[in-house]
Design a protein around this ligand. Structure first.
Ligand code: ADP
Ligand code: 5GP
Length: 195
């Protein structure tokens, strides 16, 4: 049995931090690296967090049917590569996706009748909007305008609409505690699949 973990949450909530922790703790777990037209952040590297491409390349990839899903978000394209997921599932069997709500819904829908792949979806929530803003400011990767745009994108209507697709809704307050909670979720889902 393969395992697909879909993780979502507002920008700055701690998705990458927690995914990094899981990947270091469960070596078989691999991140499905998405393509994006966004500029790399100061700490990001090609092929680690994302494959960074130009917009015309992204459009070409859409035409070639390379994405299982893609979205336009915060002024950039982001897309999940079919071959990335397939390679991970065929090789290590534990794939993690960091995708926004619509992407999560689309992926979960595509895999819902796949008897070989078990999906687990996790929504990470911030303790408060003030704390979320502080985390984005602390990260120092976006200017004030971009931070405000990311905060505004996290709205209660969309949240209420998509909440039901998630198996787990976790508030990332204390990082150490959240790491334990997330690791427990992974271990529970993996069960005896993980050797
Ligand atoms: P995302 O991937 O969801 O956009 P990041 O993982 O980049 O978020 O985290 C945003 C910032 O918040 C980073 O600077 C990270 O170190 C910090 N962070 C993550 N989790 C916590 C936490 N529980 N408490 C305080 N800071 C956190
Ligand atoms: P960031 O710019 O902070 O790295 O990502 C912005 C948003 O895009 C986040 O909510 C992240 O989960 C989402 N995202 C990243 N890659 C993909 C993808 O391939 N597909 C979709 N639908 N969302 C993605």
């Amino acid at each position: 049995m393969n395992n697909l973990f879909v993780i979502s949450g507002p920008s700055g909530v701690g998705k990458s931090t927690l995914i990094d922790y899981i990947i270091k703790t469960i070596p078989q777990a691999k991140l499905s690296i998405s393509c994006t037209t966004r500029t790399p952040r100061y700490y990001e590297h090609e092929g680690k967090e994302y494959y960074f491409v130009m917009e015309h390349q992204f459009r070409e990839m859409i035409q070639n049917g390379e994405f299982i899903e893609y979205t336009y978000c915060f002024g950039n394209y982001y897309g999940t590569l079919k071959k990335e997921i397939d390679n991970i599932l065929n090789n290590s069997g534990i794939c993690i996706l960091d995708v926004e709500f619509a992407g999560a819904a689309s992926i979960l829908n595509k895999y819902k009748n796949n008897n070989e792949t078990k999906c687990t979806s996790i929504l990470l929530m911030p303790p408060s909007m003030i704390e979320l803003k502080n985390r984005l400011i602390e990260r120092g990767s976006e200017n004030e305008q971009a931070i405000n745009c990311r905060l505004a994108a996290f709205n209660s209507e969309e949240l209420a609409y998509y909440e039901p697709i998630y198996d787990y809704i976790i508030t990332n307050n204390n990082l150490k505690t959240t790491k334990e909670v997330i690791l427990n979720i992974f271990n529970k889902s993996l069960g005896s699949n993980y050797k």
